[in-house]
Ligand binder design. Structure first.
Ligand code: NDP
Length: 333
């Protein structure tokens, strides 16, 4: 069945609010979930609702958290999300970050004590749509083996980058440090499928194509071998070490029944490109894109999402009847 974006957002928001998420945050988180579903990022769309609810229901996430913002310098902002979802805290920090980036030329935010259970691109696309270059990273509980190790030691630590364009929507890439995100593994597991080779190892550190062996005690491999691991390491430094968030290995969710999200951190960098003597920034981006296209590139990161978004905004978001029934039930309708 197809449901209009706003109606689906209202439904998901109602579900989250009914499970204790404050009204403002419920709408912000619902928008992130529905945006992922709308754009075809299904691993972080409606599939995740049950996880959000579970973490709220068992008290692992504080649905009433009040984020605390502290401007620690002219272009730096520290956020303590108060054990709430990261999206609610980011929504509160965004106006300060925008203003700082315009005033100073760049703005850096670290967020700690936050639960990020979503795709990253929705966090930064709006900044790039306003002309700012944006980079964000999140650390998560340990899921990947590193630098020749056999046991999971760091998270699938994702990062996303957004670049403004002249007329078209921003170019946004968003990727995990692992070959495959945990969400994708969940999708394969739910479909009773097999993983491609060299994606994960089992609890004994042996290669496996069984998604459940990866999920139950196994681990994922970083993309690009050592290089993806190096990015995961950098993300842990910027979020946990610099930002004071919990390390992925300190996350306690594994020992708390129902806790499915990680209490960890987020890093965000905004840059006003006009500050770098390049009034022609947007023109030069287009020149670069044209060059890539000249080399045979037909799809830029984000293109497919924008196409799916256009279709979903026109026709509604495709929702499986069982999922719709689940949402209606959880919404108490
Ligand atoms: P993918 O491998 O699916 O995609 C990575 C990026 O590559 C995307 O930006 C995608 O663009 C782009 N891309 C893919 N194929 C092409 C192509 N043929 N040409 C050009 N660009 C292409 O992402 P991952 O599996 O690594 O991550 C999936 C999601 O999981 C991400 O949104 C990430 O934020 C999220 N995640 C969240 C975590 C959390 O704790 N919150 C933890 C780990 C991951 P496009 O978007 O257009 O497909």
């Amino acid at each position: 069945m197809k449901i209009p974006v706003e109606a689906l957002t209202e439904l998901v928001s109602r579900v989250l609010a009914r499970h204790g998420l404050g009204e403002g945050s419920a709408e912000v988180v619902a928008r992130t979930i529905v945006a992922a579903e709308r754009d075809g990022s299904r691993s972080h769309g409606l599939l995740r609702v049950a996880g959000y609810l579970s973490s709220l229901d068992c008290g692992w996430v504080d649905g009433r958290a009040i984020p605390v913002l502290r401007e620690s310098g002219p272009g730096t902002l520290e956020v303590d999300a108060g054990n709430g979802f990261a999206q609610g805290a980011l929504a509160q920090a965004a106006p300060t970050m925008r203003a700082m980036a315009r005033r100073v030329g760049c703005a850096v935010m670290t967020m700690r004590n936050s639960h990020h259970f979503a795709a990253l691109w929705p966090d930064i696309e709006p900044f790039a749509a306003d002309g700012l270059v944006a980079l964000t990273m999140v650390n998560t509980r340990s899921r990947i083996v590193m630098w020749g190790g056999t046991r999971k030691v760091l998270g699938t630590n994702p990062m996303a980058f957004a670049c403004p364009r002249e007329v078209r929507p921003p170019i946004v890439w968003d990727q995990a440090s692992s070959i495959m995100s945990q969400g994708e593994v969940l999708v394969v597991s739910a479909a009773k499928g097999q993983l491609p080779d060299k994606v994960g190892v089992d609890a004994q550190g042996q290669p496996t194509v069984d998604p459940d062996a990866v999920l139950q005690g196994g681990a994922l491999l970083p993309f690009g071998g050592v290089k993806g691991g190096s990015l995961a390491f950098m993300i842990e430094i910027l979020t946990a070490v610099m930002g004071g968030a919990r390390f992925g290995f300190e996350d306690e969710s594994g020992s708390i029944p129902g806790a499915l999200t990680s209490n960890a951190g987020q890093f965000l960098l905004l840059i006003d490109p006009q500050r770098f003597g390049s009034a022609s920034f947007l023109e030069r981006v287009e020149r670069l894109v044209a060059h890539l296209q000249g080399g045979g590139t037909t799809r830029l990161p984000g293109d497919l999402r924008y196409q799916r978004r256009q279709a979903a905004e026109r026709d509604g978001v495709e929702v499986a009847p069982a999922m719709h029934e689940y949402l209606e039930t959880e919404a108490g309708r």
